[in-house]
Write a protein that binds this ligand. Structure first.
Ligand code: MN
Ligand code: MN
Ligand code: MN
Length: 289
């Protein structure tokens, strides 16, 4: 049985529309699906409209992936099962949209200082209704012929340490975790190994997260080695946290995994999915996809 508590759509930086992702999930017979677009619940909400759902669809769980700051690093916290209408969620969306807009304007200022005039309007046109991000600036630069392709845009102007690598002023970890909890959701540390923290620093992150009301750890994210899953499962057990799993699907490609993750064997640990499945999801032998 396949589940997925971490996926993206065109409401943030994914390639499939929410309806297309839902169709893929239906084809793959995914039982439970959370759409967790960056700093928005728009993708998930669009599927609640009449006529969007079909027989055989997965059970949808409200989701989002919120950006925050912790110890000088951008950390991602997935929220699951929140009441999207709750004032805390509205505050979260407003605050994060403002932070993202400010970052977009700063990136544009820096690019314009390099002579790339029209960067902000160009990138905003690319983003449309979705969140403005560096990929939108890259797409604009490619379309304008400033660079040959997306990778060149990141290598020369937008990637780590380059002119356009502007850190957004994200809210603190405790703040975003608090928003999710206040809205009745379960907060999950996304892809804990992606931050490349030492084990000691990762334990500090988890300690602060738990103090803020965080309840779960993503122990399987996309392509991840079994020993890493085991390491994170031990960490979850140590802090008595629930565990979550997700593909972090953005688009089809040679290095991406498809949506839908088999439930790994997790002796003694509680999966977040038990909250929505009535505990009826069996683990899959081997834990592989
Ligand atoms: Mn992303
Ligand atoms: Mn992430
Ligand atoms: Mn993600």
């Amino acid at each position: 049985m396949l589940l997925d508590f971490h996926t993206h759509t065109t409401a943030s930086d994914g390639a499939l529309s929410p309806a297309q992702l839902l169709a893929r999930a239906r084809e793959r017979q995914i039982a439970l699906l959370a759409i967790t677009d960056h700093d928005t619940v728009a993708g998930y909400r669009s599927l609640l409209a009449p006529g969007e759902r079909r027989p055989g669809d997965p059970q949808l769980v409200a989701g989002t992936e919120l950006s925050c700051r912790w110890s000088g690093t951008t950390v991602h916290v997935v929220g699951l099962g929140m009441d999207c209408e709750h004032p805390a969620m509205r505050e979260a969306m407003d605050t994060l949209a403002t932070a993202r807009d400010e970052r977009g304007r700063k990136i544009a200022q820096r690019l314009e200082a390099l002579g790339f005039t029209g960067a902000l309007a160009g990138a905003q046109a690319r983003a449309g209704d979705s969140q403005l991000g560096r990929p939108d600036f890259a797409a604009w630069m490619v379309a304008q012929g400033h660079v040959g392709d997306h990778n060149e845009a990141f290598d020369r102007y937008l990637g780590q340490g380059k002119t356009g690598d502007v850190k957004a002023f994200w809210p603190e970890l405790a703040t975003v975790t608090g928003w999710i909890v206040a809205a009745g959701g379960v907060a999950v540390i996304a892809h804990p190994l992606q931050y490349k923290f030492t084990r000691m620093k990762l334990r500090r992150l988890v300690t602060d997260f738990v103090a803020a009301g965080g309840r779960a750890l993503e122990v399987l994210s996309g392509r991840q080695a079994p020993d890493q899953v085991a390491q994170l499962a031990r960490l979850a057990a140590e802090f008595d946290l629930e565990v979550s799993v997700g593909s972090d699907f953005h688009r089809d490609g040679p290095y991406s995994v498809p949506p839908g993750v088999a439930v790994p064997r997790l002796a003694g640990l509680r999966g977040v999915w038990e909250r929505w499945s009535g505990g009826a999801v069996p683990f899959t032998e081997g834990g592989a996809r």
